[in-house]
Design a protein around this ligand. Sequence first.
Ligand SMILES: [Zn+2]
Ligand SMILES: [Zn+2]
Ligand SMILES: [Zn+2]
Length: 222
Amino acid sequence: MTPLVEYLVSKFLGQEAAQSFRRRRFMRGATEKYKDDAAWARDMITMHMELCEMSQREGYLRQEARELQERAANSAEGLTTSQQSQLEKWLGEIEQLARQYWIREREFYRREVSAPSGPVLRGYLSWRENPRWYMLSKTLTRDCAGRGGCCGRACGCCDKDRMAGRKVRKGHCTVECGCCRRVWGFEMSYEDKTRYKKLYDVHMKENEAYVNRLKMAYIFGK
Ligand SMILES: [Zn+2]
Ligand SMILES: [Zn+2]
Ligand SMILES: [Zn+2]
């Protein structure tokens, strides 16, 4: 239940003031009282990023497969043997990703609805009322650009429906963004990806200040 003061702030001063009020309450008690909320917020960030990663990978493969098929349709020879085997590999991975995404999305929902009630949950729900929440946070758009993502360029990918026609959690670029990959000009190896992910791991002690900023941006919108 919303505490009376928070309700009054929201009613008379608006949503932004209410978010600021919740954020201050959370920060004051962040160490002990809201320990579970902080863990929940960290899980939300991790799972959201994983969903974005899977959907961006699937979107990238679908586009590559489509382009390959179009090129083959326009050439007299059609697909070569190696192109045919590449296409089959991509289609197999697409199916596997769709299945993984389906499961992960349900796990995400279960974790989302098991949030401890408090300022974090109220802040999160209020912030999610705007479907473009992640684009409205300067911290998150700057983070995307800083990691070499599309927010640092004029393509505007993060604000687009990356996979039209499917319910996909929208968000900023991950290591699997197809547009970023084309800009970088190389295919990341498994080791490259592991190293990149470790750099921004939300569970690492060295990343504590960074993760705290992300938490505020994901939950309260700053
Ligand atoms: Zn990108
Ligand atoms: Zn882009
Ligand atoms: Zn972005």
